[in-house]
Ligand binder design. Structure first.
Ligand SMILES: N[C@@H](CCC(=O)N[C@@H](CS)C(=O)NCC(=O)O)C(=O)O
Length: 211
């Protein structure tokens, strides 16, 4: 069954799903939705995903929003190569790292939130950047400690997992907005290691349509 991914080259949540699809060696059609032009709020896209967010995944009758739910689905359907460890404690640890990013950093810095700060609350650019940096630094502090305490060369273990899949796009965002990554040496090393893996490299924003 052909897989389709509605995404945007700079969308970090879409970037997660692209990495997972690549790790599992799955081919997929990309349907770019231009977030900067408000493509997520068009009638056409709202009919696909009423939440007006990317990514969105389709495969036949299966239609899924939310990057982590999509990756869970792919993991269940295509268990190897796995992106979760094979023991319950390991899986919980990896999910907790992934959720530091996906639940506690990313939603606070999403385009609609930054735009709300600017247009509705009148925050100037400096305040918006202080906000943006704050939540990455907060989350990365916890993630740095978690990755340092974990075994292996990646966030957890010797193969990339869901935690690395979430980390790399978030580091991309951090670099884009010039967040100081000096205090996070473990995360920087893991990010560099992931860049050497084709599945991660090919999922990078600069290789996507529209970039
Ligand atoms: N929790 C969602 C987050 C999705 C999300 O926020 N996507 C961003 C792009 S990375 C988006 O579509 N933003 C559009 C907007 O803020 O208007 C997921 O993991 O899929």
């Amino acid at each position: 069954m052909e897989m389709r991914l509605y995404d945007y080259w700079r969308s970090s949540a879409s970037y997660r799903v692209r990495i997972a699809l690549n790790i599992k060696g799955l081919t997929f059609e990309q349907i770019p939705v231009d977030l900067r032009a408000g493509g997520q709020r068009t009638e056409e896209y709202l009919a696909v995903n009423p939440q007006a967010l990317l990514p969105f995944f389709e495969s036949g009758d299966v239609k899924i929003s939310q990057s982590l739910a999509i990756i869970d689905y792919l993991e269940e359907l295509h268990p190897t190569p796995a992106v979760l460890p094979n023991d319950a404690a390991g899986r919980a640890y990896v999910r907790s790292m992934a959720q530091i990013i996906a639940c506690d950093i990313h939603p606070l810095n999403n385009q609609r939130v930054i735009s709300y700060l600017e247009k509705d609350l009148g925050c100037d650019q400096l305040k918006r950047m202080i906000w943006y940096h704050r939540w990455i630094a907060d989350g990365f502090k916890a993630l740095e400690a978690a990755a340092k305490a974990a075994p292996g060369d990646f966030c957890y273990g010797d193969e990339p997992t869901l935690a690395d899949i979430c980390l790399v796009p978030q580091v991309y965002n951090a670099k884009r907005y010039e967040v100081d990554l000096g205090p996070f040496p473990t995360l920087r090393t893991i990010n560099d290691r992931c860049q050497e893996i084709e599945a991660f490299a090919m999922a990078a924003p600069q290789h996507q349509p529209g970039a």
